[in-house]
Design a binder for this molecule. Structure first.
Ligand SMILES: Nc1c(C(=O)O)ncn1[C@@H]1O[C@H](COP(=O)(O)O)[C@@H](O)[C@H]1O
Length: 161
């Protein structure tokens, strides 16, 4: 059963949002991906939010750029937690970031950094949410953290070579 719903406002967001799907693959978390736009397909957005829980989705990751209303509008229509990924834009993603992060009180969106690193972290953060109740995912997260530590150890070696 699908556990994470990954949505983006346009196919032009895919290069970035792929980073989050790569992390979900790494942690063996089943997900679905789709393109939904608050501006271009508002009816689809409402339908997506309404059907998500029934599909078994525990977390939604939504990436959008510019006037990035997609994550916030999803959050307004569902009680499933929404992670927002600001996509780099003509204004370097500042507009996307502020559109996503500045939600009114009562409608939270867990906002990541702009661009690829944010998308990657969104995948890891979703895994952490699922890992809080699935021990197999928690074990994979612990292994991942160990690998990060090993990589720094390797960097220290390279620095002193
Ligand atoms: N911000 C949104 C929404 C939305 O918030 O619903 N729908 C599309 N977009 C964004 O428009 C940008 C340009 O899209 P195009 O490349 O298709 O013109 C994309 O980054 C997309 O996320």
């Amino acid at each position: 059963m699908v556990k994470v719903g990954v949505v983006m406002g346009s196919i032009s967001d895919w290069d970035t949002m792929k980073q989050c799907c790569d992390m979900l693959d790494y942690f063996d978390i089943p997900y679905e991906k789709d393109i939904v736009s608050a501006h271009r397909t508002p009816d689809d957005l409402f339908q997506y939010a309404e059907l998500a829980r029934g599909k078994g989705i525990n977390v939604i990751i939504a990436g959008a750029g510019g006037a990035a209303h997609l994550p916030g509008m999803l959050a307004s229509k569902t009680t499933i937690p929404v992670i927002g990924v600001p996509i780099t834009s003509k204004l370097n993603g500042y507009d996307s970031l502020l559109s996503i992060v500045q939600m009114p009180g009562g409608v939270p969106v867990a906002t990541m950094a702009v661009g690829a690193a944010g998308a990657k972290n969104a995948g890891i953060f979703a895994a952490e949410m699922i890992g809080s109740f699935e021990s197999e995912v928690a074990a994979k997260l612990a292994y991942y953290k160990k690998e990060l530590e090993n990589r720094v150890e390797q960097m220290r070696g390279e620095l002193h070579e």
